[in-house]
Design a protein around this ligand. Sequence first.
Ligand code: ATP
Ligand code: MG
Length: 352
Amino acid sequence: MSYLSVENLSINLGEFALKSLNLELDQGDYATIIGPTGSGKSILLECIIGFFTPEKGSIILEGRDIVNDLPEKRGIGIVYQDYALLPHLTVFQNIAYGLRKIKKNIIKGKVEDIAASLKIEHLLNRKPGTLSGGEQQRTALARSLVVNPRLLLMDEPFSALDPGTRKEIRQLLCDVIDKKCTTVIHVTHDMKDLWALADKAAILRQGKIIQCGAVRDVFERPVNKFVADFVGASFWEASVDAKSNGITNLKLGDFNIFSKDNAAQGEIVKVAVRPEEILLYNAPPDNLNGDNLFKTRVEKIKCEGDVWAVSVKIGDTKLLVNSTRNMMSGLYPKPGDTLYARIDTDHVRIVR
Ligand SMILES: Nc1ncnc2c1ncn2[C@@H]1O[C@H](COP(=O)(O)OP(=O)(O)OP(=O)(O)O)[C@@H](O)[C@H]1O
Ligand SMILES: [Mg+2]
């Protein structure tokens, strides 16, 4: 049995509804929930912690349905984007807030421990109003973690922080969560959170989980066009033309693409390709080793800091490519130019 099992959770709020939602986590799992604005991510967290009562369904935590328990009886912590610290209390008192029933000398040890893990031990006597955003969020995290929650929920906890602070807090959080083996559900719009922290990702759309699985699986094998667009993959429908020597030959509009994945002759399948797994060349490379090679026309190029997002077309089919600065050097493509796109047959994934 799973550590947390959300089963058929449904709530109707008039214009919005969570629709028979299911989610399973093992102890120590770090799951991220991603999805467009208004898809129900915050409502899902608030149902799990008990601020909303679902109309149907159960939330089974460690073998017991907690759906009728009061929020404070559930042993679940929540961290929001705004740190929600108590301004008249010191950092120490804020962190110790959930430990009131414990002996004073034990409280001191626990607060100092978690403060050291999150590198805020030097701030314990300060008031929240004197802290930076990153320091306040580390205090909020410490307050939630010091009680060893059975489940930690986080709703866009880093969105108000600058990229450098985010990176630093991610690392600190990662270490503490690993050490404590905390089970986490983290709502985010930042894919860097997924890669740095999560084992699992669930994609929510209009109150429904469209796909849930290992982060890599969701990115490499999106189940439909919506998820593919969300995780930035190219996604097409294709039919299986032929098979030989472990290679599946897929017909995709006016061209064919080869995949190492298996499918039956004549089968209609979905195909996904990740943009960072495609190489671009000015001229056809010599040694292809059986890789796919397509002559493409450049449509758009956008520098996104560390990567170049290049949109190319093979005939009428759009292909998204992400290239690092290094890989782009020497190419200098402009819209309308011809480039050759190389895709390893391992990276052409058949999705079911
Ligand atoms: N108390 C409520 N009554 C009715 N509708 C609500 C209530 N709270 C939220 N909603 C609606 O439910 C939908 C989902 O809201 P939710 O806050 O869960 O979205 P979200 O996925 O967290 O979005 P974001 O990424 O912008 O935070 C929204 O359309 C919102 O307007
Ligand atoms: Mg939200």
